[in-house]
Design a protein around this ligand. Structure first.
Ligand SMILES: [Fe+2]
Ligand SMILES: [Fe+2]
Length: 303
């Protein structure tokens, strides 16, 4: 095992890191649409050919809307998964019960926070942005898989949020301050979730044979492919929102280039940046070197 995470330690850290929604998004606050929302490492607007400075900023905001929507959606399947995992353990270790319930409570708060940000975005942006869904159908499709596969997807999401803040936001001083605050506060609590998820993955993998572990890895990849198809559909919705807000229609060659480049940017944002995270890879390696090798073989497609 590469770490020394414990339920007691995570519980203590999460109590220190806890914040209230109004500290992240004060009542009546508005987003500054003269600034980007997402770091360029995720938005990759410079890679879309033919956009001027104003259009690149519009695309960044559309991607910001996508980030709020996709995370809202992801948190909605994490919450029931954590509650289901905690339910049979209620009579066990007190620190574990409290840490898992705190985890679930924080994810419920994150769903609420992303929703509040979404409302603030819609008030300021003025043009309709759409999102894939419905969220409960997407959640149900993911949750029908092997719990170990779902726990791996969640672990990847938790480490991914660490990378989004630490690697990107940290060095982007010009982001809208409210959006930067959202990423920072999410990072603070997700740091504990990533540790708890690591313990959840280990508990679910405990008595599995190599064959059982590799079967779960295949299901994890299946969920990844399902999410990827959703990202492709989301990129098409983003293109429509972009055209409406920018007030011009791209020609057919420009549209194809936009869709290919922005789909890849979304792949990196929601899949690749988690797959590449050193801690996620360490957990896979602990499960089985073959599990890590299998994921490493597909990871380049999500860069
Ligand atoms: Fe979260
Ligand atoms: Fe989380």
């Amino acid at each position: 095992m590469y770490h020394s995470f414990s339920y007691e330690g995570v519980l203590a850290s999460s109590q220190r890191a806890a914040w209230k929604i109004e500290e992240v998004l004060p009542d009546g606050a508005s987003l500054d649409f003269s600034r980007p929302f997402l770091p360029e490492t995720l938005a990759r607007t410079a890679g879309v050919e033919g956009l001027d400075v104003r259009e690149r900023l519009i695309l960044n905001h559309v991607r910001g809307h996508e980030y709020l929507s996709i995370f809202g959606l992801v948190e909605e399947f994490i919450l029931p998964f954590v509650l289901d995992h905690a339910r049979p353990l209620l009579n066990g270790d007190d620190h574990r019960v409290r840490a898992l319930l705190q985890f679930a409570g924080e994810e419920a708060k994150h769903i609420h926070l992303f929703r509040c940000f979404h409302e603030t975005f819609v008030r300021g942006f003025g043009e309709g942005c759409s999102v894939i869904g419905p969220a409960d159908a997407i959640g149900a499709e993911i949750l029908r898989h092997d719990p170990l596969a779902v726990a791996l997807v969640i672990l990847q999401v938790e480490w991914m949020t660490q990378a989004h803040y630490v690697d990107s936001v940290h060095r982007n001083g010009d982001l809208d301050p409210l959006f930067a605050s959202l990423l920072r506060h999410h990072w603070m609590e997700e740091a504990q979730h990533a540790r708890l998820d690591t313990l959840m993955v280990e508990a679910l993998a405990e008595s599995r044979s190599e064959v059982g572990i590799m079967a779960a890895v295949e299901q994890y990849l299946e969920i990844g492919a399902f999410i990827d198809a959703g990202l492709k559909a989301q990129t098409e919705l983003n293109l429509s929102a972009f055209e409406r807000a920018a007030g011009r229609t791209l020609n057919s060659a420009e549209r194809d280039a936009f869709l290919a480049q922005q789909h890849q940017a979304a792949r990196w944002t929601y899949l690749g940046s988690g797959m590449a995270h050193e801690r996620f890879r360490a957990t896979l390696r602990d499960l089985s070197p073959a599990a890590l090798a299998r994921v490493e073989a597909v990871a380049p497609a999500f860069r």
